[in-house]
Design a protein around this ligand. Sequence first.
Ligand code: UD1
Ligand code: UDP
Length: 354
Amino acid sequence: MKIISVIGARPQFIKCAPLSRELRKSHDEILVHTGQHYDPDMSDVFFKELGIPEPDHNLGIGSATQGEQTGNMLIGIEKILISEEPDMVLVYGDTNSTIAGSLAASKRHIPVSHVEAGLRSFDRTMPEEINRVVTDHISDILFCPTETAVINLGNEGITEGVYNVGDVMMDALQYNIRIAEEGSSILDDLELSPKDFMVATVHRASNTDSIENLSSIVKAFCSVDEHVVFPVHPRTKKYLIKYGLWDNLCENVSVISPVGYLDMLKLMSNSRKVLTDSGGIQKEAYMLGVPCITMRDNTEWVETVNDGWNVLVGSDCNMIMDAINGFEGSGMKGNVFGSGDACERICSVLEGSS
Ligand code: UD1
Ligand code: UDP
């Protein structure tokens, strides 16, 4: 089969690395990078360290409002679909690159496969939730990472073409964790001792775009007697500067540029706790057995909370501080994200469908 994979944002590069490797064993893959993320530390670093093939097309869309960014992607992707005539389009996750890829394909009657289908926060103020719902409803093959995702789809009447294959991020983590532990020098570079620091990330619009929420998060980081390592997403840096918070980040907070995946795995696996509003990082913390404090009011990854390894604290300063001081994370970790063979299972389903 000729498959066009559409990617564009940091988590999609990480998800695509193991699946692209597996797909190329029996299919002709054309890689389209929308250019949604473009800074070298948000894009190039992942292609280099994870051995992702050079994209066949880079649309260079860049940053814009929701509508303009998605619209420009739609125009660019449609042109590629017309010239490449693929048998299938494969999209990942819940970003604007996901909805643009799935919409462009379904309007041209090209079958769509959605990796990470069925996730729901039930919060339609998130652009990601709109992207997930729409993409799932126009997809032909829905690769769910968890049983909860299958149930969510069933509740919306989607039962055809649904497969629980496990999470491709488990495949990525298993493939790279030893490489990261042995190869990353980030602990030495930052003079960190294992389990003597926390790692934090923030990029969710609900946190960055609100001065109240972002101030509250910064205040919490600064008010605890802990070393917080904070690789800052460019969106967050922009707002920290805009709100005059950039210079208020105190001595216990080490602000660094976004890091590559291998450095991130090494930081997480050696951290005491993880503080985040990222979807992927909540799962990785669970997979690594590191307690996770999620600065959101809801999560799609409910298993991490139900199993006792993740706690939702929103952006309230006191709630964040209480969790930093008191939440230890414990409990049985189930096999909820599969066993690291999601990519193989996706390829078997695709074999059967071609
Ligand atoms: C996007 C996804 C989000 C995902 C996140 C992963 C959507 C709606 N959001 O959010 O689901 O969790 O990626 O990181 O698709 N910027 C740069 N350089 C870059 C990329 C972004 O400076 O390489 C800055 C720009 O100011 C831009 C802002 O970050 O306006 C936001 O970027 P955008 O891709 O629109 O959304 P993210 O917040 O990254
Ligand atoms: N990540 C990374 N470097 C960083 C921050 C995150 O490599 O500085 C990785 C992280 O380990 C995970 C993925 O990026 O695999 C998550 O992406 P992000 O948080 O940007 O998006 P989300 O998962 O929330 O959509």
